[in-house]
Design a protein around this ligand. Structure first.
Ligand SMILES: [Zn+2]
Length: 411
């Protein structure tokens, strides 16, 4: 046997391997597992964040755009949070995973309805530590190799079926919001009694005649919730670091539904509401970027960061008045002026921003080639776990490895 030849070919193979494979091999040979942080932003709308990035008002996200890969993320039809998040973590379509909307058979969507294995379960089984907080449709929490704190659709005081509400941790009813249960007193002591999910939107009747007052009070509450979430995320990342961490914010989308900066020609325009705080919605992303800054303090060169949005949000359209989804809102009382559950999900794509070891820098994904189905397979790939056959998505191979091309080819 010619050892010299083998040695040479090994060297060649080593250099010819795409960076991602090499990163994985390095991770496998050294003891450290890759670290992944997914930060979900509910309904992040590219139309709104692009000008903010240009104006320098989202410096942390801008840094990820510069250092990583980003683009639109194709979503499912009539997208809403429980429906899309369940697709994000199972790579199955809503009919397959079972969480088709806020209500399933008249009951608020919950984890007992999941018919497909979610990614946190697969990772846990492979010995990867998992930490999750505020992820929609994760109530009641499920056992993981780490911790899980539930998010949107957590049930509690003043929550009717299918309606969004914001119970405090101490007000949760009908299941556990924290796994392991022993972590709950620890969080109450060190983070405080935080609100789970974002504030519900005010009713039209409460707004009438008190618009400015109600809007400002609501926005202040949203900021309180965001500060609590920041404190929670910072506490978890500092005191309970995990290989895989999944955190989500929801106040941006909630604000967009009724405070999207629309013009008088848009459907549902009401000067007494829509003229009050036209910056309220863009300001949510400026505030999100500050939370991102806190999360990024916990990121080193070996951490993959995914900023993922399940869908966008757009103003209502007059010609769709007959659409059964038009003017629908979570409570059917709020004057909603923007929405995301358009029958054609391609009208409101989500978005993805990724940086980390072996991820191309300043790379743009064109078209709708990447989808919400692809997130779970890509995470599994980073951990060297083969994707189960029933997963519909694919590994986003085009974001890995170095390349001179800064734009992905459109398929
Ligand atoms: Zn959503």
């Amino acid at each position: 046997m010619n050892f010299r030849k083998i040695g040479l070919s090994c060297v060649l193979v080593f250099f010819l391997l795409p960076l991602s494979v090499r990163a994985q091999e390095q991770a496998a040979t050294s003891k450290a597992k890759p670290r992944v942080i997914i930060f979900g932003v509910n309904g992040m709308e590219l139309d709104v964040i692009r000008p903010l990035i240009l104006k320098g008002q989202m410096p942390n996200l801008a840094k990820i755009v510069e250092k990583g890969a980003y683009g639109k993320l194709r979503t499912v039809s009539a997208p809403n949070c429980p429906r899309v998040y369940s697709t994000l973590f199972t790579s199955a379509n809503p009919e397959e995973h079972g969480v088709t909307g806020f209500l399933v058979g008249g009951i608020t969507a919950n984890t007992n309805m999941l018919k497909r294995e979610p990614i946190w379960s697969m990772l846990s089984k492979s010995g990867i530590s998992v930490g999750m907080a505020n992820v929609p449709a994760t109530f009641p929490v499920m056992p993981v190799n780490g911790y899980m704190i539930s998010g949107m659709l957590t049930r509690g005081k003043n929550c009717e079926d299918g309606v969004l509400c914001a119970p405090k941790l101490s007000e949760v009813l009908g299941g556990d919001a924290v796994y392991p249960k022993s972590m709950e007193p620890e969080l109450l002591k060190n983070v405080g009694d935080f609100y789970i999910d974002c504030e519900r939107m005010p009713a039209a009747a409460d707004l009438k005649g008190h618009e400015t007052e109600v809007i400002d009070k609501w926005l202040n509450k949203v900021q309180v919730i965001r500060e609590q979430q920041t404190k929670l995320f910072d506490y978890l990342l500092s005191n309970h670091p995990t290989d895989f961490t999944f955190l989500v914010q929801s106040c941006e989308d909630r604000t967009g539904h009724w405070l999207y900066p629309i013009a008088p020609y848009n459907v549902g325009y009401n000067a007494s509401i829509n003229n009050v705080r036209p910056d309220a919605f863009p300001n949510q992303y400026v505030a999100f970027d500050k939370v991102l800054g806190t999360v990024l303090k916990h990121v080193d060169a070996n951490t993959y960061v995914f900023i993922v949005s399940d869908h966008g949000i757009k103003p209502l359209r007059e010609f769709e008045e007959k659409d059964p989804h038009a003017h629908m809102d979570h409570e059917k009382t709020t004057p909603v002026i923007a929405k995301h559950d358009f029958a054609d999900g391609d009208d409101v794509p989500g978005s993805v921003f990724v940086m980390g070891p072996g991820i191309k820098s300043d790379f743009r994904l064109m078209g709708l080639g990447a989808s919400v189905y692809d997130i779970a397979p890509t995470i599994l790939h980073i951990y060297g776990i083969e994707q189960p056959k029933q997963m519909r998505g694919r590994v986003l191979t085009e974001i890995f490895g170095t390349s001179d091309s800064k734009v992905a080819l459109q398929k």
